[in-house]
Each structure stands twice: as structure tokens, then as C-alpha cells.
Design a protein around this ligand. Structure first.
Ligand code: FES
Length: 406
């Protein structure tokens, strides 16, 4: 056999150290503990700290604004959370609630600066919850949460944050009511030097007294080096220093920069419907317009393609979850997710808006309606009968499997 190397370099190399290798190896193996060593890669540690499944928190401060409350949630080391996960300004968390027999999760935007989560001594998030006629979870929180209570929340979720690869250097933010919360976080992050973009917030409220955080917003404007601007827009009263009316295309043009900009929207569903037409008038590229979660669909009658004669109907839905089958009742105007929660089923959910896919379930049988504007499923999911119960309404008796095992 011919060797393709210079054998002369091996001359003088001692083989002694290699002679006992097998013996030494066998000795080490016999001395080793029975259990397999556990090793965690640093990348996995980092991923777990950035995306915890649950964060245990304690309410350490409550501020009552009359029509809204602000809650400071601090990491609860006694329950296993030593610090809050870092987040991008604009993200949300889903809050776990047990209301009577119902177990549910509700999304709320984090309203504080990401720098508060990084605080070593007092790592915290702030959530602001406003009274709303339709939100029984919000009413529960406003009536029951108090200092010292323990609250479990998810890790930071959602993609409603600034990304310089996709968004323009200036964002024109359209905020309606409590929809100011993610923009408050973005403005704080800019003022704190954590984010670097320009934001002009057009903040719509009915009256001056309905404006949340006006003093704090004005303070952020003054320390942001011109990067944060806030224009207060009142729909129900005219006052000097305030714009009057709605967030129209003309108003956006008035305050938008020359040239390129992105539009970010956060507010109630009615505002999104209105803004769809106004923003279309601006003829911006599609990637420049972004909307935050729209929340539960509670007004199915407003959708023209939902069959009218189903309004008062009630259906039986068989839910197969964690190997157990249970029959529940669901009205045509109620989502499958809400029907499960009311029946005491602990069904998965985060965004409640058809976007995150956390509630993704298999349709076994039955007919359903899903409004187009909240149908965030992939085409393959639609084709192969996967549904999002958070935005699925029954049109017949149904059977679904919530955690299908292939
Ligand atoms: S809870 Fe997010 S898609 Fe249903």
C-alpha cells in the first residue's frame, strides 16, 4: 500500500503515551456516575430567558385614573421568576385569569419601557386596563386586582414593534383610547435610548379628560431630542392646543414627514374599520401599514357575509382536549374559544385575534364561519381543516380536537 504522506516526520515520535489509552478510558468509564450528564447550551438558556412560557409576578403598585387603572407587575422570585423577560417596545403579554368557572388568557400591551424589565433590583412590566363595555376580563381585573396579588403572565409576544429592515425611519402612530399603551412603551424606549426611530403619535380621544398619561407623554416629548411628537385629537370637543375630529387621511398628511413613513395603528375595531379607508387614501406600500391585534370578535352581526338567519341559533360542539371528550353548547354569535372557556375548559390562547396560532385546533366535523379580516391561518391550514377557535363561529354542530396527536 502506498501512503500519501512523509513517514519521516513520524520518526522519533514516542508511542508510549498512547499505550494505556484503552485501560485509562475503561477506568474512567467505570468511575463515572450512572446518570447521563446534563448540559444546557447557552443559546438555550438565553432562549428560555427571552421566551418564558410563564412569568410569575406580584402586583406592587396600582394607579387609579377613574376610567382606567395602571398595574405595575414585578418579578416574583418566591414563585420562580427572578426577573422579567426583556421585550421589544410594542409587544404584549397574555394574562392568565380564573373568573368563576372560566379559565382564560387575555392579551394586554406592555405599557412601560423595556428598561424597566432590565432593572436588576426591581424588574417590572406595567399594564394599563381601561373600562370597556364588552370586556368582562377587563372588568374583572379592574374590580379585583390589588397590590400584593399574584398574577401569572406569558412571555412577551407579538410583532407590533419597530423593525428597521421593514419600517421607515419615521412612524406615524394612530392611537385610539387605550390603544396608546404600545406607543407609550415605544416613546419611553426612544426617550431612554433603547430604540432609535422617530415617532409622531396622533392620539385620538373623545374629550381631554379621557387622555391617558398626558403629563408623562409630554415629559417624554421634552427629553426625546425631537424624536417623539404627540398630537392630541379630540372628537367630542374643540379646544385650543388640540386637533378636533377623527384621525383622517388629511390629518395624517398634515403631520407626516415629507417622503417615506410607516403607519402603526392601535385601537378598537371600529377605529380599524374607519382607518382602513383613510389610510388607503395615502397610497403607502402595504408593508408600511401595520395594525396591532384587534381582540375578540364580539360583533359578528356587523360582518355582511355571516348568514343572518343563524343569529339566534345554538349548536352542540364536541371538544376533544387532552384525551377527554366533552360536549358543550355554543351560540352562533360566540367563538368556540369563549364557549370552551365558559364551560370551564382550559383551552390555549394568547392573542384572541386569529394571529398567533396558539389556539390552532383540528376540525373533525361541522361547518363554521371565520371573518376574513381576522383569519390569520396559512392556506395549508385552511385546506387541511385547521381552525383558530378564537375567531371561529359555529354554523352547525361541530367536533374539534384541541391538542391533536398525530
Ligand atoms: S389565540 Fe392567537 S390565533 Fe387564536
Amino acid at each position: 500500500m502506498k501512503y500519501n504522506y512523509d513517514k519521516s516526520v513520524l520518526k522519533g515520535l514516542s508511542v508510549k503515551p498512547f499505550l494505556n489509552q484503552v485501560k485509562l478510558r475503561n477506568q474512567k468509564i467505570s468511575e463515572a456516575p450512572e446518570d447521563m450528564p446534563v448540559s444546557v447550551f447557552n443559546a438555550n438558556r438565553l432562549a428560555a430567558s427571552l421566551h418564558p412560557l410563564v412569568q410569575h409576578t406580584k402586583i406592587t403598585e396600582v394607579t387609579d385614573f377613574g376610567f382606567a387603572k395602571r398595574f405595575v407587575l414585578t418579578a416574583d422570585p418566591e414563585k420562580g421568576t427572578s426577573k422579567m423577560a426583556f421585550f421589544r417596545a410594542g409587544q404584549y403579554v397574555s394574562v392568565s385569569l380564573q373568573i368563576g368557572n372560566a379559565t382564560l388568557n387575555k392579551p394586554y400591551s406592555i405599557c412601560s419601557s423595556p428598561s424597566d424589565a432590565l432593572n436588576r433590583e426591581n424588574s417590572s412590566y406595567t399594564l394599563t386596563v381601561k373600562h370597556s363595555d364588552s370586556g368582562y376580563a377587563s372588568s374583572y381585573i379592574l374590580d379585583n386586582w390589588k397590590e400584593g396579588d399574584r398574577v401569572d403572565i406569558s412571555g412577551p409576544l407579538g410583532e407590533f414593534y419597530y423593525q428597521d429592515l421593514r419600517d421607515a425611519p419615521t412612524v406615524v402612530a394612530l392611537a385610539g383610547g387605550s390603544g396608546i399603551t404600545p406607543f407609550f412603551s415605544m416613546a419611553s424606549a426612544i426617550a431612554d435610548g433603547i430604540e432609535d426611530f422617530n415617532i409622531t403619535i396622533l392620539y385620538g380621544s373623545r374629550k381631554e379628560e379621557d387622555i391617558l398619561f398626558k403629563n408623562e407623554l409630554d415629559e417624554m416629548v421634552s427629553r426625546s431630542d425631537g424624536k417623539v411628537r404627540v398630537i392630541y385629537v379630540l372628537s367630542d370637543e374643540e379646544k385650543p392646543g388640540f386637533e378636533h375630529g377623527l384621525l383622517t387621511a388629511a390629518l395624517i398628511r398634515k403631520y407626516a414627514p415629507e417622503g417615506d413613513y410607516s403607519i402603526f395603528e392601535c385601537g378598537p375595531k371600529a377605529m380599524y374599520r374607519y382607518e382602513n379607508d383613510e389610510v388607503a387614501n395615502l397610497e403607502l406600500p402595504r408593508r408600511r401599514v401595520r395594525q396591532e391585534l384587534s381582540g375578540d370578535v364580539t360583533d359578528i352581526e356587523k360582518y355582511g357575509d355571516h348568514p343572518e338567519d343563524f343569529a339566534d341559533k345554538e349548536f352542540n360542539v364536541t371538544v376533544d382536549i387532552r384525551g377527554k371528550k366533552q360536549m358543550i353548547s355554543c351560540a352562533a354569535g360566540t367563538t368556540l374559544l369563549v364557549a370552551m372557556e365558559r364551560a370551564g375548559i382550559n383551552a390555549p390562547s394568547h392573542c384572541r385575534s386569529g394571529k398567533c396560532g396558539w389556539c390552532r385546533s383540528k376540525l373533525i366535523s361541522g361547518e363554521y364561519y371565520c371573518p376574513k379580516d381576522v383569519d390569520g391561518r396559512r392556506a395549508a391550514d385552511v385546506k387541511f381543516n385547521w381552525i383558530h377557535p378564537c375567531c371561529t363561529f359555529p354554523l352547525s354542530d361541530m367536533e374539534i380536537c384541541v391538542y391533536p396527536v398525530d
